[in-house]
Design a protein around this ligand. Structure first.
Ligand code: WQD
Length: 345
């Protein structure tokens, strides 16, 4: 299939581009490069051995989005594009609602105009909120995220559910990610957060490569085995392959719109992840115990059985793989992607 990947120059989008090409699909990328470096495109073309057409504009521009579907033959869409920093969403809720919702509706209007009826959406375990029993199951109905970012994801899930129900033959998979980490084993693409990383793995990697003095462990007084929070970390290549599995499952799906957890089903603590990274680097890494971070939940992980039963997908890479692949990327790219200009479509 010819797949439009929105946000395809981003962390998860770029890894999914590689898996899509490996699975024999053609890819077109649209990205506004607000949270991605253009030089990733050249890396993708080297990795895939193919030209990756890139359209650089903001999906909130409905006219440009409609033009894109006129210019490019699109069979399906994987929609990653959106703002995704939880803390920032608390400070700038209006920007998050405007950007994440408008870009999605602009995309849906163009899809309708061009009769494109296959969509895979990048959702998040954040939609479950803090009341959901662990492991999180897709049947949990009370989606009450605790932050505007998560609420945009839950709202978009609702929009997609309603639009799919009203559009004959439309099929949508809502992929609820747990904690994506890691990098392509080549070491040429990986996570490259701008500024100070919010998330654990890139922060540890930047400590290891000397960009940060130490890791702050946000609390060691939680009711867990070692006192630090536990999360379901998932290798980004497993996640990318999950998107291909979902895309290829759509035509067989009975429901018009269906959520799937993409996680391992196992929790790992902050300190356990730090120790695993130290093993990958071959030396101890400095850390300090810091106060708890507001909004952090103690522990959650996925019930991954639906994705395995229906998509034929399960995570196969280990915490050690996640750390080794992250370290290869970070040590070979200490400052992330170089600046530069993107080749155009
Ligand atoms: C993991 C654990 C921190 C940094 C977030 C978003 C979620 C999703 C994934 C988009 C927590 C601890 C972290 C640090 C630390 N993103 N930590 N020191 O918060 O589970 O999920 O990213 O979909 O929506 O909420 O991931 O990596 O930020 O934190 O101790 O410097 O690591 O307290 O316990 P989180 P995270």
């Amino acid at each position: 299939m010819r797949v439009l990947v929105s946000g395809g120059a981003g962390y998860i989008g770029s890894h999914t581009v590689v898996s899509l090409v490996e699975a024999g699909h053609d890819v077109v990328v649209v990205d506004d490069f607000s949270n991605a470096k253009p030089t990733v495109v050249g890396r993708l073309e080297s990795l895939t051995g193919t030209h990756v057409p890139v359209h650089a504009f903001d999906l909130k521009d409905a006219d440009k989005t409609a033009q894109l579907f006129s210019m490019e033959e699109i069979d399906a869409v994987i929609h990653f594009a959106g703002y995704k920093a939880v803390g920032e969403s608390v400070e700038k809720p209006l920007e998050y609602y405007r950007n994440n919702l408008d870009s999605t509706m602009s995309l849906l209007e163009a899809m309708r105009r061009h009769d494109v009826k296959k969509l895979v959406f990048s959702s998040s375990a954040t939609v479950y909120g803090e009341e959901a029993p662990v492991p999180y199951e897709e049947g949990w109905r009370h989606l009450e995220s605790t932050n505007p970012y998560g609420r945009t994801k839950a709202m978009i899930e609702t929009i997609l559910t309603d639009v799919a129900a009203a559009t004959d033959g439309m099929k949508v998979a809502l992929l609820r990610y747990f904690n994506p980490v890691g990098a392509h084993p080549s070491g040429t693409i990986g996570e490259d957060p701008q500024g100070i990383p919010n998330n654990l793995m890139p922060f540890i990697a930047q400590v290891a490569v000397g960009r940060r003095s130490h890791l702050n462990v946000f609390g060691d007084d939680y009711p867990t085995a070692d006192g630090t929070c536990e999360r379901d970390y998932l290798h980004v290549m497993d996640l990318a392959e999950g998107h291909v599995a979902a895309l290829e499952h759509l035509e067989k799906m009975d429901e018009a719109c269906r959520p799937f957890n993409l996680g391992t089903g196992t929790g790992t603590s902050v300190l356990a992840m730090l120790k695993a990274f130290e093993k990958a680097v071959g030396r101890e890494l400095p850390y300090e115990i810091a106060p708890r971070r507001a909004g952090d939940l103690t522990a959650f992980w996925a019930d991954p059985t639906r994705a395995e039963a229906e998509l034929g997908w399960r995570a196969t890479r280990t915490i050690e793989d996640m750390c080794a692949d992250t370290w290869r990327w970070q040590s070979e790219n200490p400052h992330g992607y170089p600046d530069g200009s993107a080749p155009v479509a």
